[in-house]
Design a binder for this molecule. Sequence first.
Ligand SMILES: Cc1cc2nc3c(=O)[nH]c(=O)nc-3n(C[C@H](O)[C@H](O)[C@H](O)COP(=O)(O)OP(=O)(O)OC[C@H]3O[C@@H](n4cnc5c(N)ncnc54)[C@H](O)[C@@H]3O)c2cc1C
Length: 430
Amino acid sequence: MFDFLIIGGGLSGLVIARELKLKGFKTLLLEKEEELGGNVRTRYEEGFLYEEGPQTILADEEVLSYLKGLRLKPLFAKESAKRRFILKDKKLYELNPKTLIFSNLLSLRGRLRILLEPFIGEGKGEESLEEFVKRRFGEEFLRYIVEPFVSGVYAGDVRRLSVKYAFKRLYEMERKYKSLIKAGLKLKRFAPKSQLISFKGGLKELIEKLKGDLNFSLGDVALRILKKGDYYEVISKRGKYKARSVVITSPAYTLSYLLSNLYPSLAKEFEKINYPPLAVVNLGVVGEIPEGFGFLVPRDQGLKILGVLFPSKIFQGRAKEGYELITAYVGGQTFKEVEGMKEEEILEKVKGEVKEILRVEKFVFERVKLWKRSIPQYELNYGRFFELAKEVEDKFKGIYLGGNYLFGVSTADCIKGGVKKAGEILYNRA
Ligand SMILES: Cc1cc2nc3c(=O)[nH]c(=O)nc-3n(C[C@H](O)[C@H](O)[C@H](O)COP(=O)(O)OP(=O)(O)OC[C@H]3O[C@@H](n4cnc5c(N)ncnc54)[C@H](O)[C@@H]3O)c2cc1C
């Protein structure tokens, strides 16, 4: 009999499993794939160190101190990676307050509209990100600044994402400071800075550290959870396990089968959380890549790529001498058709578009990873999923839910959410 069975060996599940193990509990983690890490997948081939999932962690003090506790040495992004670009009319515009005011990225009218922001009143009801940004900053700021940014974080659609749940901080800033510009200026002075990091061997280093001496079973899909008196039985591909508590950190849609015996009506609800497909294309190139983080593409530019990052410009050691590594993203909520495309088609499209924008002489390395279900979208009325998760936990003592559809989608959210959840679990058990 285990004290805790953890389902899912992504970042969230690993952080929780480690915390519980450290407190001396008998734990077992089940992972469907043959490797741990979930979305985190670092690969090293032909002199290129590339990520098929997340590239970075935006680490605040709490995350940095957690990593220090793991004895992990962060690799900080280069100073020049602060430069981010937006593509408009085949030209890259560096994104900073100066360009916003003095360049042609926005029309004069669009720029003046931003200045009205401090005088705009609070919104009513739950708004989409589109409604929120249009109301506060106007249409152009939405199209050329916010929409591309949303592609970069969620691969999402501004019309569907809820500002209250997907961009909680913006929502709260409006309520507290009445203006985001005022809030930005105020917080800039006081807020501790977050830092963009990875590790020398990529994000996989974090997974390796978390793995430590955890007890886990790979290639072991959890199929169903049954309640048996004062314990649970988890039926999986490899067997049956008994545990006092089960922590489920696999994606929301897995609840439809995991909870099908315990709570069938509610289990189905979680399937409604939308995870659009997303292709990640890593390219080793010879060419001149700008110093910077990468560029994002507004949807009205007629391109399929959502954006391109420049990993070999962000971090040391991503590409062999004389080459650069770039990573393009295609698909997401605004181009779901990517799911039906062949790898060669995706490559051809991406390479064609990249060549129009960057000075690439030749492509020497190409890898495509298609995530059929990528990032959970915190869409309008998302609050009900937090309520449903609580309902499951209240009804079935010893069942816990976690993961990026509840903790927030960033790697930092999953680390902090995992630590917090483990604390709650331990508190309930005490
Ligand atoms: C392409 C991509 C790029 C991203 N880029 C960034 C970025 O640059 N920065 C950032 O901060 N965040 C980024 N993210 C988001 C971030 O990586 C994820 O939100 C985070 O890693 C999710 O961790 P998780 O453990 O909650 O979920 P997951 O990583 O999805 O882990 C869930 C695990 O459960 C397993 N599982 C599923 N079903 C079962 C089952 N029945 N039984 C057992 N195991 C099961 C899965 O195999 C998986 O390992 C990106 C995400 C993607 C997909």
